[in-house]
Each structure stands twice: as C-alpha cells, then as structure tokens.
Design a protein around this ligand. Structure first.
Ligand code: SF4
Length: 253
C-alpha cells in the first residue's frame, strides 16, 4: 500500500478516542512516522501527559509512561540519564506543559537534557472542558473566561517556543501548525528533526504544534482550522526559532 495511506508500524490498530477534527491524531501519526523512519520504536519511551492525550499508551507500539500532571520533563530527565541508550520523548498539552508543568519544562530546557518534547498548543484545557490555559488568546472565550481573556485580569498568552529559545540550554526549538497539508508536511519534517537531534546527542529539542480543538472552541472541524489560521498563527508565528549545528564535547560530558 502507498505509504501515505498505510499506518505507521509505531501506531497500533486501536481506535483513537479523539473528537472529530482534533489535532492529536495527526500529531500522533507524525511522531509514529518519525519512530518508523529512524527504526527506534523498540528503544523509545514516551511520557504521556494529563490531558486529552492521557491515553496515548493505547495507540503507540513503544513503551509509554504516564506522568503526574506537568511532570513529564522531570520523568524524561530521569529516564534519559539512567538509560541514555533510550530515545525519550514527552507529549504534552498547554495546560500540562505551560501551566502546571511550567517549571519542569523550563529547567529541563535550561539543563539542555537530551530529550524531545512535543508540545500541543490548542489554547485551552481540552480534557477538563475547555478552561482558559496560559496560551489562551486575548479575547478568546473559554469556560473560565466567558467574556474573553482580558490582559488586565488574566495576563497574556505565553509563547512557550520563544521563551525556551531564549535559554542557553535548548538545541532545537520550533513551532509548526497542523492545519493545511503543506503545513503538516512541514511539521512532519520538524518532528523528524526533533528526534534526530536527540539521536545525534545534540541536546534538548522542543517542537510546538498548533492544533485544533473543535469541541472546546465550539466550532466545526473546518471552522476550527480557519480559526487556527486567522487567530492562532498571528499570535504564535511559525518557524524554527533555534537550531544548533554542533554541540561541544564539554557540553556532552
Ligand atoms: S477536547 Fe479538544 S483536544 Fe481533546 S480530544 Fe476533543 S478536540 Fe481534541
């Protein structure tokens, strides 16, 4: 079967629980394609978040460890330091990573841990019913900001990729969007890159993926893609923010 239509071997046959039009299914596929591409499924361990992707251990053929809320980068650090032969990635949403787990990801990045972090930014807490997240846009209505996010009361959307790229530790930081086929192809390349950096022992990789949450945005799947393009991308610009070509021997030791 044509590779475009066949399922990556790193995904199993379980039916995903995600809502129609959700970005998680696409993101899962891109991660699985990267595991297939590098032939690393047998030595990869993912760290699952608390959030809509909490059941990701049902979908991947690699080992997945469940993390307390937001602590995935700390767990990834421990696993990678004790088993550097393994490929370790976390997969986290914005409530998990940018709110409850903010300190974990900042310090993991600042230490330059040789792990890969896939960050799904859909601007809301998904699993718990669409509450305001740190990434919620100004004016965006959520169940806890029914009048729209107000900067004077709730501050501004946190730009995780820009924040982490400003640190010394990370080797690769990028933001992509899961909207059009062209952008998904670009995102695929960046997912591959974020794993390749770890395989080359280059250090911390962080990939933010802008994704749709039609259920909590109160939109159809098509409307949510338009919303992502019109409202999210201007606030969270796409691109590679940081990419180191080499890592010195002293940094590796
Ligand atoms: S609530 Fe949103 S993020 Fe969660 S599965 Fe549904 S569409 Fe996806």
């Amino acid at each position: 079967m044509n590779k475009v239509f066949s399922k990556p071997t790193a995904l199993n046959n379980a039916i995903m629980h995600y809502c129609p039009g959700c970005g998680h299914g696409v993101a899962h596929r891109l991660v699985a394609e990267a595991l297939d591409h590098y032939g690393i499924t047998g030595r990869t361990v993912g760290v699952a978040p608390v959030g809509c992707a909490v059941l990701m251990y049902d979908y991947f053929n690699c080992d997945i460890l469940e993390s307390p809320h937001g602590r995935a980068p700390a767990i990834a650090t421990g696993m990678k330091r004790s088993r550097p032969d393994l490929v370790i990635f976390t997969y986290q949403g914005d409530g998990d990573l940018a709110s409850i787990g903010l300190s974990e990801v900042v310090h993991c990045a600042n230490r330059g841990e040789n792990v890969t972090i896939i960050f799904i930014n859909n601007t809301v807490y998904g699993m718990t019913g669409g509450q305001m997240a740190p990434t919620t846009l100004l004016g965006q209505q959520t169940t806890t900001s029914p009048n729209g996010r107000n900067s004077k009361v709730q501050g501004y959307p946190i730009k995780m990729a820009e924040m982490l790229a400003a640190l010394e530790g990370p080797s690769f930081v990028a933001r992509m969007a899961l909207d059009t086929p062209a952008n998904i192809v670009k995102a695929r390349k960046m997912v591959f890159k974020s794993f390749e950096m770890q395989i080359r022992e280059m250090g911390f990789s962080f990939l933010e993926l802008l994704a749709t949450c039609p259920t909590n945005w109160g939109m159809s799947p098509v409307e949510s893609i338009n919303y992502l393009q019109d409202e999210l991308v201007p606030v969270f610009p796409l691109g590679v923010l940081k990419e180191r070509e080499t890592r010195s021997l002293s940094e590796k030791s």
